[in-house]
Ligand binder design. Sequence first.
Ligand code: SAM
Length: 344
Amino acid sequence: MIEFPSAFAKPHPALTDGFCRRISYLRVSVTDRCDFRCTYCMSERVRFLPRKDVLSLEELDRLCSVFVALGVTKLRVTGGEPLVRRDILQFFRAMSRHLDSGALGELTLTTNGSQLARHAAELAACGVRRVNVSLDTLDAARFEGLTRRGRLAPVLEGIGAARAAGLRVKINTVALKGFTEDELFPLVEWCGAEGHDLTFIEIMPFGEDGPEDRIERFWPLTDLRARLARRFTLQPLAQSTGGPARYVRLAETGQKIGLITPLSHNFCEGCNRVRLTCTGELYPCLGQDGTSDLRAVLRATADDRALEQAIRAAIARKPRGHDFDHSCGTADGAMRRGMNHTGG
Ligand code: SAM
C-alpha cells in the first residue's frame, strides 16, 4: 500500500498558479523580532507585534505541513531573526519529519548568525544542510555601526560552528553605496579562503529611509559587477533557482558569486515561491500588495481542507510579475508590512 507523506488521506494536485507555475518553495518568517537593527532594514525604535498576533509554533507546524502536503519541497525559515525565537528548534525538529518522509527536499534558514554557535549542531541533526548568513562587513567597528547593536565575533563563531557541524554556508551581503565598495574584495577573498558561497543583494526600498536616502544608498549590482571584473575574469553561469539570483564564476579562483536584483522582473516567469509572514499572511509575490490571511482560517477551524482551499485560492491570485515602485509607492508599503514588521 502506498503511504502518503502528509496529514491527508489522498494525494493532492500540485499547487499551481494561474500562469501554470508550480509552487514548490515557501519562505516562512517565524518571528518579527531581531537582535540587530541593521540600518537598511529596521528602525532603531521598532515596535514588535503583540505575541497573540504571531503564530504559535504549533500553528506554524500545521500551516507548513499543509504546504508540504500540497507539494512544497523547499522550506526556508527566516524572520526577523529566526534563532531568537524561543524554542525555535522545536519547529525545526517538527519539520524534520517531512525530510524523513521524503516529502520535503530541503529545510534551510536565513540568519544573522548571532545565535548560530549554540544551535548549529542541532540544526544539522534536524536535517538542515545549508544556512544563509547575512554579513555585510568583516570589520568589527563597521559591523557594530551598521547593525546598531550586533557584534561581529559571535557571528564569525557561529559561522565556524555551522561549518564544523557540516553545514554549507552562504554569505548574503547587501550592496550599499559608500560602504560595500570597501568590503567587496575582503569579503570575496575571505569567502574564497573559508569555502563559503557569496551572494550580493541589491538594496530594496524599505525601512525608514526617505526616497533620497534610498537613492543615496543604492549601489547597482551592475557597478559592483564592473568592479569585480577589474580584478577577476567573470564567467556568467546559466544556473537558475527560479529566484532573482544570477551567478558568475571568478575564473581565477573558481568561486561562484550570486547577484540578486530583487526589483528586476527577470525571474518572474519561472517564479516558484511564496512567502508567509509570522502572522500567517501569505504573500504570493514579493513585489505585489495582495495577501491572504491564513491565520484567520487556521484559528477558525481544525479542518486542514479549509486551509488547503485558502492556500489554493491565494496562489491562484499570484500575479504574473513584480510591480515595484522604486520610490515609495504601494509595493514599498507591502514590503514594509511584509518584511519589516512580520518578517522577510
Ligand atoms: N535576520 C535574518 C538575517 O539577518 O538573515 C533573516 C531576516 S533578514 C530581513 C533577511 C535578509 O534580508 C538579510 O540577508 C538582509 O540583509 C536582507 N535585507 C534586509 N533589508 C534589506 C533591504 N532593504 N534590501 C535588501 N535586502 C535586505
